[in-house]
Design a binder for this molecule. Structure first.
Ligand code: TXA
Ligand code: MG
Length: 366
């Protein structure tokens, strides 16, 4: 992955510098294949607390622990034993189904929620008895995790509620008040939206956050059925929804007001803003472009995007950040097609639209 990207080339001296910083209790921003993460040594409570301060994130929102992957050269029995050893410090019980998912999708953009081992810090889990774990596939993240020899607690490297960064420069601008923050530059993130999260403590497993890996892909590669939150069985005594900050109605939000328009509904949508005469950015599917940049009361600027869920997701957050920097009065973006492969993108766009606009006027609290 990304081997052709010169920025993804591993610099051993920089990896060592990052390990020293992490062992010293400092934060380090790391590239992953999904989005950049703001990482701390998951065994150091003081370091983990720094993440919440830097992000402005509520302390009861749990973090994902990132772990190294075993060597890809091992056969599957050796891999299974190696994963088991790697996860023992974090996870209380590792089911057969969980191991099948791990062998099929790790390292990669899939996070699994387990019952936690008693040693896992409550700062990491937000006080819950479960822990979320993933092994990122980005080569720099893997090199760092191998050299560190432990787990990294890392949320997306953005201020709470804002658009996740998918390039190093976006991390730097997000945390411009932390000039000493070491940011490992791994180029543009390939997947572009955060990992799929599956809760393995429920039976059947529950999809907590849609991402690039869909329930259909999980079913066809492993035979395991993952259900939506709405289908979660009520047999458990808690019935409590796990806290997932990405599940807030407003999240991933640009500062510019943003709206989605239905297929064929662009003109109706534009007509809802009679007072805006220009400075409107209209995102359009590549295939539908060239319908013209003008209606009877407004001129707009067109941006073409690919009608492929993977390509669209890959560029989505860079697009939102670039449009935000260009100070439009309004961003209009097309509703994604139906189908599971678009669920991750649709989920992010709905929350981004809901939370969009200047922070004093949006709905982040809901
Ligand atoms: O792709 C990703 O997952 C990125 C990269 C950096 O790995 N990370 C990421 O982290 O998106 P964050 O903190 O922005 O989102 C993690 C989500 C949060 O919504 C959190 O609530 C949820 O994972 N989470 C963490 N631990 C959990 C747990 N024990 N139970 C349920 N949800 C959990
Ligand atoms: Mg996040």
């Amino acid at each position: 992955m990304q081997a052709q990207d010169p920025l993804a080339v591993i610099d051993p001296a920089l990896i060592k510098q990052a390990v020293v910083a992490l062992k010293n209790g400092d934060l380090v921003a790391i590239p992953t294949e999904t989005v950049y993460g703001l990482a701390a040594d998951a065994s150091n409570p003081t370091a983990v607390k720094k993440i919440f301060t830097a992000k402005g994130r509520p302390a009861d929102h749990p973090l994902i622990v990132h772990v190294a992957a075993p060597s890809a050269n091992d056969d599957s029995a050796a891999q299974e034993a190696a994963w088991f050893n790697l996860l023992t410090p974090w996870v209380r019980d590792l089911s057969e189904d969980a191991m099948r998912l791990i062998l099929a999708f790790w390292p990669g953009p899939l996070t699994l929620v387990f019952k936690k081992d008693k040693h896992v810090l409550s700062e990491v889990t937000g006080g819950q008895d479960t822990v979320a774990i993933r092994s990122p596939s980005h080569p720099i993240a893997q090199a760092l995790l191998r050299e560190l020899g432990g787990g990294l607690a890392a949320p997306s490297a953005n201020r709470f509620g804002k658009v996740s960064p998918t390039r190093a420069a976006d991390v730097r601008s997000e945390f411009d008040d932390l000039p000493a923050l070491l940011v490992l530059d791994g180029g543009d993130c390939e997947v572009g939206i955060e990992s799929t999260i599956v809760d393995m403590t429920s039976n059947p497993p529950v999809l907590l956050r849609p991402g690039a890996i869909t329930p259909n892909q999980i079913q066809s590669r492993t035979g395991i059925t993952v259900v939506g939150l709405d289908q979660r069985s009520n047999s458990g005594e808690d019935g409590v929804r796990p806290r997932v900050s990405g599940s807030l109605k407003a999240h991933y939000a640009p500062n510019t007001p943003m709206r989605m328009y239905a297929p064929g509904g662009l003109y109706d949508c534009l007509a809802e803003y009679p007072d805006i005469k220009s400075r409107v950015a209209v995102v359009m599917w590549e295939s539908e472009r060239a319908i013209g940049g003008q209606s009877n009361h407004m001129e707009w600027h067109e941006i073409a995007v690919p009608l492929s869920s993977e390509a669209f997701a890959s560029g989505l957050y860079r697009l939102l950040r670039d449009l935000d920097d260009q100070a439009w009065d309004l961003i209009l973006i097309p509703e994604p097609p139906t189908g599971q492969e678009w669920d991750g993108v649709r989920d992010r766009l709905q929350r981004a639209c809901f939370g969009s606009g200047p922070s004093e006027s949006n709905h982040v609290k809901s």
